[in-house]
Design a protein around this ligand. Structure first.
Ligand code: ATP
Ligand code: ZN
Length: 283
């Protein structure tokens, strides 16, 4: 049995649960519960506040966890990282009041800055050679300048709309974050085996999300050019169509070059191009 800690309720919760389900693990989740057990994998899930997750994993109360890098690094526990997960992307940014003049970080010398991330902020300011007065507060950081508590704030931003609606202007990125899988340093061999199984499944899910299955029809004389455009996992599958002189090609395309490849396929004579999502991709 391996114990996984995830956020009970907040911005990491839904995607964490989704990832576990995509790994083929079933469980009953009641938001009121503190923990639950999977029905088809030796996994127990603990629901905690995100700030508690790194410490619990470091101490072995939980074996593994899912948490934002912002919290993990703030708590000085980045060495627990096993894998980045690609969701809950956000940044820790410095912001000043909309009307304040701001040239560069040195503008903040001697100013007071409100934040829930004093360590990350201090590290950033030190690296820039700036001394400022850091006020650590645990929530509603964005209202600090308007109530006269601080000259600037250092807070989590994703779209930036919260800052704007509080009359603030983002001026520096202090830290970029996404969700990560973390693990205790001293897992016993059995737990380590379960972790490796989970990692294997997570990688299959992530790979599949980055790939599309492409099916298309092409005249036989265009096949060699199209084959070069479609590397596939090994090479594309070519199946003759009932119509003389035509074939169907099947392959896998990476999301990053997807539109580029589709355009070239059309130019090469491909017709009836179907693009299908992939659920899992192994090997
Ligand atoms: P808790 O009650 O568990 O302490 P919290 O209020 O501290 O929750 P949330 O606001 O739910 O935390 O954010 C959890 C994590 O999600 C953050 O630490 C960050 O990594 C990420 N996050 C925060 N804001 C955003 C956002 N706007 N978009 C995407 N991810 C975000
Ligand atoms: Zn929190």
């Amino acid at each position: 049995m391996i114990r996984l800690a995830i956020q009970k309720s907040g911005r990491l919760s839904d995607d964490s649960l989704k990832l576990i389900r995509e790994c083929g693990i079933s469980f009953i989740s009641a938001s009121s519960k503190l923990k639950t057990e999977a029905t088809n994998f030796p996994l127990e899930i603990l629901f905690l506040r995100d700030d508690d997750i790194p410490g619990y994993v470091a101490d072995g109360v939980a074996d593994i966890g899912i948490v934002g890098q912002n919290v993990l690094v703030e708590e000085g526990l980045q060495e627990l990282t096993v894998k980045t997960l690609g969701f809950s992307k956000c940044r820790l940014s410095l912001a000043v009041s909309k009307g304040d003049t701001y040239q560069d970080v040195t503008t903040l010398k001697g100013k007071s800055i409100a934040t829930s991330y004093p360590n990350l902020l201090q590290e950033f300011l030190t690296s820039k050679g700036v001394q400022a007065d850091i006020h650590t507060i645990s929530g509603s950081v964005e209202i600090a300048p308007s109530i006269g508590l601080a000259d600037a704030v250092c807070d989590i931003v994703s779209s930036g709309s919260t800052l704007i609606s509080n009359g603030l202007r983002e001026v520096e990125t202090v830290f970029k974050s996404e969700a990560v899988l973390i693990a205790n340093k001293n897992l016993d061999p059995e737990k380590n085996r379960l972790l490796q199984q989970l990692l294997f499944r997570m990688e299959a899910v992530q790979k599949a999300q980055k790939s599309k299955y492409v099916v298309l029809n092409a005249p036989n004389d265009a096949i060699s050019e199209i084959k070069n455009l479609l590397p596939g996992i090994k090479s594309p599958t070519v199946i003759p169509l009932a119509e003389e002189g035509w074939s169907s090609l099947h392959s896998v395309v990476n999301e990053d070059d997807f539109w580029d490849i589709i355009q070239k396929l059309k130019e090469a004579g491909a017709e009836g191009i179907l693009v299908v999502p992939i659920e899992k991709m192994i090997g």
